[in-house]
Design a protein around this ligand. Structure first.
Ligand SMILES: [Zn+2]
Length: 111
């Protein structure tokens, strides 16, 4: 089978390749970490940067990429800190981003 995240061969009995399974485990263990910390965690797994990038942009269920989920988690933490209990999902982030109103909270500002 083909890996649902990076598109590499995952072996016939697997839906995700070994690299993406490692990234997914690291992601689940560290939900709520900000984007920069998450990138450090991903790099620490030893997975190639190219694969990490594909993993971030992958949207295997169609409800938001890993990048969107990280952004949603960050937004929810911020909202909670401000006393707002409205939950944003990765799908919400995806919708906002696709409308073009997304302010790139998860990226470094460009100089
Ligand atoms: Zn993969």
């Amino acid at each position: 089978m083909t890996c649902r995240y990076c598109g590499e061969s995952a072996g016939w009995w697997r839906r995700n390749c070994a690299s993406c399974r490692r990234l997914l485990a690291a992601f689940e263990e560290n939900r709520g970490a900000d984007f920069q910390s998450m990138m450090q965690i991903f790099r620490a797994t030893g997975v190639a940067m190219e694969t990490i990038e594909k993993f971030l942009e992958a949207d295997p269920r169609g409800d938001g990429s890993v990048r969107d989920q990280i952004a949603a988690d960050m937004t929810n933490d911020l909202m909670r800190a401000l006393g707002n209990d409205t939950r944003q999902t990765a799908a919400d982030v995806k919708r906002i981003r696709e409308r073009g109103n997304w302010v790139n909270l998860d990226r470094r500002p460009t100089e």
